[in-house]
Write a protein that binds this ligand. Structure first.
Ligand SMILES: *Cc1c(COP(=O)(O)O)cnc(C)c1O
Length: 390
């Protein structure tokens, strides 16, 4: 890894870039391909194999990955998508991109993931009212998988698609299989934003075991254009021929980004292991304080994207601690302001109080710095500052 200067400020998350990463990108700059080319295919193959899925489609970012995953299953006007309110806005926005309705399922106060009991109840009511969702987007918050076995059982009973928002969870596993293997879902989405497990600067990937979905993703990421003879209907005007079959986008990843992602993927085990080591140190050091941490159900190996704590003193205490830590150069963050309380969603009829567990968690929530390059000394500074601010 590059030696990072001992920064005065400690961010909540940060990329780790090695000399090998830099060389990999420079090599692409000297090659023929800058946009989508051979490195994109290699990165797709490597991630597909790592996760244990049949197909992988690289795209320009995680939000584009969510959008295409929704389009691939045919989400559109008159349909609805449900997700967790404790997530980044992109998990919900993707429904609106498709002209569908959005709704939320409250979280479990121990795992901070969407509550299976709340989901069961909401599905029961929706079935009665004739408004079942077409898509559920479970978000693996902080890198910890949702209870996918139970979600799968519900999807079979009520007939909705499952798109895993695994933007936090690359490198984690569930029930003995890597997140991304799509054993209990139709599609899984990753982001390679610099704060995530591995980075491509901007980038994303959609994984699936369904060949039909994968073909739709490939077409949609590049303008809805196909050069495949079977898809263009056998017409043969000449070698130049391509056909736009539907309305797609330019959501392609470049070879520069893919080369960085492939090089980063070589280090993923080391990245996640260090994140676990740091999380374990936090667990021990914070044990005596008035706060809760995310429970780690057996059978889940978290990717430890975040180390979220929930301060028992509520909003006023959280504000105080956040300010104290920032004053000492410790740039902790808050994940997440419940999506339904955002002005844009308020305008669409959502109200504070609608998802009380997500709102209660948010009041005390704070994400402590956690990333591969965080040193023990820096982490001790965070722990010290937290103890003295409480
Ligand atoms: C990062 C993130 C996204 C969006 O990914 P981008 O690559 O930034 O577009 C979506 N959902 C969650 C939960 C995320 O953390």
């Amino acid at each position: 890894m590059l030696k990072r200067p001992n920064l005065a400020t400690i961010p909540y998350g940060h990329q780790s870039i090695s000399e090998e990463d830099i060389q990999a990108v420079v090599d692409v700059l000297r090659s023929e391909w800058l946009t989508q080319g051979p490195m994109v295919s290699r990165f797709e193959d490597a991630l597909r194999e790592y996760c244990g899925a049949k197909h992988a489609v690289a795209v320009s970012n995680g939000t584009a990955a969510l959008h295409l995953a929704c389009l691939a299953v045919g989400l559109g006007p008159g349909d609805s998508l449900w997700t967790s309110p404790n997530t980044f806005v992109a998990s919900a926005n993707c429904a609106l991109y498709c002209g569908a309705e959005i709704d939320f399922v409250d979280i479990d106060p121990r795992t901070y993931n969407l509550s299976i009991e709340a989901l069961e109840q909401k599905l029961h009511t929706a079935e009665h009212d004739g408004c079942l969702p077409k898509v559920l987007v479970p978000v693996h918050f902080a890198g910890q998988s949702c209870d996918m076995l139970r979600i799968r059982a519900l999807s079979e009973r009520y007939g909705f698609y499952v798109i895993e928002d695994a933007c936090h969870a690359l490198g984690g596993s569930y029930n003995g299989a890597r997140v991304g293997s799509c054993g209990y879902s139709d599609l899984t989405v990753f982001s390679f934003h610099p704060a995530k497990t591995i980075t491509t600067g901007e980038g994303g990937m959609v994984l699936t075991n369904d060949e039909r979905l994968s073909r739709r993703l490939l077409m949609l990421r590049s303008h809805g254009i196909s050069k495949d003879k079977a898809e263009v209907g056998g017409s043969d005007e000449g070698g130049w021929c391509y056909r736009q079959i539907e309305l797609g986008y330019n959501y392609r990843m470049s070879d520069l980004q893919a080369a960085l992602g492939l090089s980063q993927l070589h280090c993923i085990e080391m990245f996640v292991k260090r994140r676990h080591e740091l999380a374990g140190r936090y667990d021990n050091a914070l044990a005596g304080l008035q706060l809760d941490t995310q429970s780690q159900p057996s059978g889940c190996y978290s990717a430890r994207h975040l180390y979220p704590i929930s301060l028992r003193g509520g909003a006023a205490l959280r504000h105080h601690v956040y300010d104290r830590l920032h004053a000492e150069g410790i740039h902790c963050q808050v994940h997440y302001i419940p999506v339904h309380t955002q002005p844009f969603y308020r305008e669409r009829g959502f109200l504070p109080g609608q998802f009380p567990a997500a709102e209660a968690y948010y009041c005390g929530a704070l994400s402590l710095p956690l990333f591969y390059d965080l040193s023990d000394v820096q982490q001790d500074r965070v722990i010290q500052a937290l103890w003295s601010s409480l």
